[in-house]
Design a protein around this ligand. Structure first.
Ligand SMILES: NC(=O)c1ccc[n+]([C@@H]2O[C@H](COP(=O)([O-])OP(=O)(O)OC[C@H]3O[C@@H](n4cnc5c(N)ncnc54)[C@H](O)[C@@H]3O)[C@@H](O)[C@H]2O)c1
Ligand SMILES: OCCc1c[nH]c2ccccc12
Length: 297
């Protein structure tokens, strides 16, 4: 019997394009295990497994050094380019030449355009003017057709406010760490007010790195109720709040299981309870020192 798969829903971005609401990341489990200049077959195989399972939203970055593998996997997957949603990000060290960076990324990806191009972090900037100038160059990249959508990552309201003062294009999305122990309530309200979509990295943190925690028992009871595991509850908790989770795994079974997040829906009361339990603990898995610096300035 043919396998019936629930399609992954899409989120409409403020520029009219659509983003699949579950992404596969190439930045953590898939940090290259070989020398940078060499092709890492394990990365290609992981990507092809994900694409074969139905993942179409693939998250890359100049920083991860896996763009060549992403390009090969896309070609070898046989899936038409326009059916895929490809993200890459300009590295902190390349923001001085964003146009050069996107061209170099596209060359490595063997693509004419990316679906989403992000400024990886704001941590390189000393002034608002620098943030504004970088954003203006992102707008040029979009105008040139090299990226369908443009956005940022790891920006808090203060930095978003700075770029919105001079922006012609509102960022389509902000990619942030997001899970029950890092809910960014104020930032999400800011995103909603300005029509900025939220993508979540580290969406499984509450059931992996940040365990044990106050949400453990409730996550387990929800997993039992919906006949999934706690990871899928974590992914669905994002989706039900219009946040697009970017997850990853090197294991095919796990990748296949994550897709069950598309097959059920949490109730408003369950989301509220998980949020309240999550508020009892704070955990940041990425860029912690940079955020400490950033929040002080
Ligand atoms: N923009 C940024 O600054 C930034 C930062 C971090 C990550 N990212 C992107 O987001 C992607 C996903 O990030 P992530 O890996 O933190 O997401 P995640 O929270 O979904 O964690 C995935 C990891 O958890 C592991 N995992 C899954 N189930 C597990 C279990 N039951 N027990 C133990 N481990 C388990 C997986 O094998 C994988 O390594 C990255 O690959 C990258 O593309 C972006
Ligand atoms: O997008 C950044 C991904 C990443 C992978 N490993 C890290 C360690 C510290 C900060 C970010 C990362």
């Amino acid at each position: 019997m043919a396998k019936i798969r629930t399609p992954i829903p899409s989120l409409k971005l403020n520029d009219g394009t659509f983003m699949p609401m579950l992404g596969y990341g190439t930045g953590t489990a898939w940090y290259k295990s070989v020398e940078e200049s060499k092709i890492d077959q394990a990365v290609i195989d992981g990507l092809k497994t994900a694409i074969g399972l139905g993942y179409t939203h693939l998250d890359g970055a100049e920083m991860y050094k896996t763009e060549p593998e992403l390009g090969i996997a896309i070609k070898e997957s046989g899936v038409p380019r326009e059916k895929l949603f490809i993200t890459t990000k300009v590295n902190n060290s390349s923001v001085g030449d964003i146009q050069g960076a996107i061209k170099a990324s596209l060359k490595k990806l063997q693509l004419d355009y990316v679906d989403l191009f992000l400024i990886h972090t704001p941590f390189w900037a000393k002034t608002d003017e620098e943030l504004q100038a970088a954003w203006a160059t992102m707008e040029v990249v979009q105008q040139a057709g090299l990226a369908k959508s443009i956005g940022v990552s790891n920006y808090l309201p203060k930095r978003l406010e700075a770029i919105l003062k001079t922006a012609k294009v509102v960022p389509a999305c902000n990619q942030i760490e997001f899970h029950p122990y890092l809910q960014h309530t104020g930032l999400l309200d800011f995103h909603k007010k300005h029509g900025i979509a939220t993508t979540a990295y580290g969406p499984l943190t509450a059931v992996t790195k940040a365990k044990p925690g106050p949400a453990d028992d409730f996550l387990a009871s929800l997993a039992k109720k919906y006949a999934v595991n706690e990871g899928e509850i974590s992914l669905r908790w994002c989706i039900d709040q219009d946040v697009v989770p970017i997850t990853t795994s090197s294991k095919e079974q796990r990748l296949s299981d994550y897709l069950r997040a598309a097959t059920f829906k949490l109730t408003q009361a369950e989301i509220k309870e998980l949020n309240e339990l999550g508020e009892k603990k704070h955990y940041r898995g990425f860029w912690a020192a940079k955020f400490d610096e950033h929040d002080r300035s």
